[in-house]
Design a protein around this ligand. Structure first.
Ligand SMILES: [Zn+2]
Length: 416
């Protein structure tokens, strides 16, 4: 057996083994703390809501276990099982140019992967979310969303893929540098266009109406010296009862978006605090830092791929007989997550550090107490567990666990 096959199998087993172990820890930790609301939340969150969050967390986690198990099996089937070779061979027997055959092969495999994921999305939405009262989605709406996403992936993804394959074929050994520049410019363009072009395909965005909330928000924006291209309410309630707020866009195309569900459940001062937190992410340069980090990662990935593509063991070790640029690109996209799982705690750590900084910014520019009461409401209404396993959350959580986060805000309020 090829040495790289053994390395791949060990990495796959380890990464899924670690995920299952963490998820098992999370489930038993949540279960063990199900009977009592943690001390810090006792007068804020009723026991029934705490137990609902525990059951919801455990049920989602069980589905996630099956989903990642199926994902691992499917990856094995595509690689060592010969699936990728089969698809490439099939399209190469058709009367097509090699570019057309490559594009169709990659598209077919992504299509198959989407098909495998659909039952899990259906179960998550129409069984779990429904049971806990979050689901507002309907089957026709779900089908429509899937079709629009697929259409977008094909309409935007295929031309970009064709461009990158062309660069790989015609530029020579430094192709990966050009490919990186293409991806970088494309992702900047997409972030800039997303709020006005893509997001409205899925949701309706209504400018926030004049009134005390808008005035409050505008004065916050002014205080923080922030320019935006409008404050919008999104009809999130069309699909789900979960609430959120976010910033989107780049440069002069920045928008502030509140889910209607959030506006309905928080009071004005809480909304101001939540928005101040989001502003903190901009003011503390988190958005730029994340962009730089992710483009550096993409550059490293392309450089690694630039090397792997010249190595026969890379293809043979992963069970792929077609030694083409398209096959290498596809293999790399499918297989690299197996090796990068172990970097997840590092990125999660930095994300949590950013959350603390944004909370601190919110405490300085809005009311810390309102940030806390808003957070507690969000935790309760989204049925997020207040008692995650410490190792699981260190590995996975992009936000600090509720108790730690609130203690940090209280500390900042006292020192202010
Ligand atoms: Zn944040």
């Amino acid at each position: 057996m090829n040495t790289f096959t053994i390395i791949f199998l060990i990495a796959l087993l380890l990464s899924y083994g670690v995920q299952f172990w963490l998820s098992g820890r999370q489930k038993s930790h949540v279960m063990a703390h199900r009977d009592q609301v943690p001390q810090a939340f006792r007068d804020k969150v009723p026991l029934a809501a705490h137990q609902k969050a525990a059951d919801y967390t455990i049920e989602k986690s069980k589905l996630g276990d099956i989903d990642s198990g199926v994902g691992a099996l499917f990856l094995l089937l595509l690689t060592l099982g010969g699936g990728i070779s089969l698809v490439f061979d099939f399209w190469s027997t058709m009367d097509l140019t090699s570019m057309q055959a490559d594009l169709l092969s990659v598209a077919s495999i992504f299509f198959l992967m989407t098909l495998v994921e659909i039952p899990f999305s259906l179960y998550q939405t129409f069984v779990i979310e429904d049971k806990y009262g979050f689901n507002k989605n309907t089957l026709p709406q779900f089908a429509k969303d899937q079709l629009i996403s697929m259409g977008l992936t094909l309409g935007i993804g295929l031309p970009i893929l064709a461009l990158i394959l062309w660069v790989m074929d015609s530029i020579g050994s430094l192709w990966w540098l050009y490919a990186w520049l293409i991806i970088l410019s494309f992702s900047l363009l997409m972030s800039w266009l997303f709020p006005t072009l893509i997001a409205p395909l899925f949701n309706k965005f209504t400018p926030m109406q004049d009134g005390s909330l808008k005035e409050r928000i505008q004065s916050l924006l002014q205080r923080c010296g922030f320019n935006s291209n409008g404050i919008f309410i999104m009809d999130g309630s069309r699909r789900s009862g979960h609430g959120n707020a976010y910033f989107t866009g780049l440069g002069n195309n920045k928008r502030i978006v509140f889910f209607d569900t959030l506006v309905n459940s928080l009071d004005e001062e809480e909304l101001e605090a939540v928005l101040a937190h989001e502003l903190g992410h901009f003011k503390c340069k988190h958005v730029i830092k994340m962009l730089i980090a992710s483009s550096a990662m993409t550059l490293i990935s392309f450089a690694v791929l630039g090397f792997l593509i010249t190595q026969d063991w890379f293809f043979d070790g992963l069970g792929v007989s077609t030694h083409s640029n398209a096959a290498a690109l596809l293999l790399f996209m499918l297989v690299s997550p197996v090796f990068t799982t172990f970097m997840q705690p590092i990125s999660a750590y930095f994300q949590r550090k950013f959350e603390f900084e944004a909370d601190e910014f919110a405490t300085r520019n809005a009311q810390g107490g309102k940030m806390i009461s808003g957070l507690v409401k969000l935790y309760e209404e989204n049925a997020n567990t207040l008692t995650p396993d410490p190792i699981y959350s260190a590995f996975h959580y992009s936000h600090p666990p509720a108790a730690i986060r609130i203690a940090h805000i209280e500390e900042k309020m006292q020192s202010a």
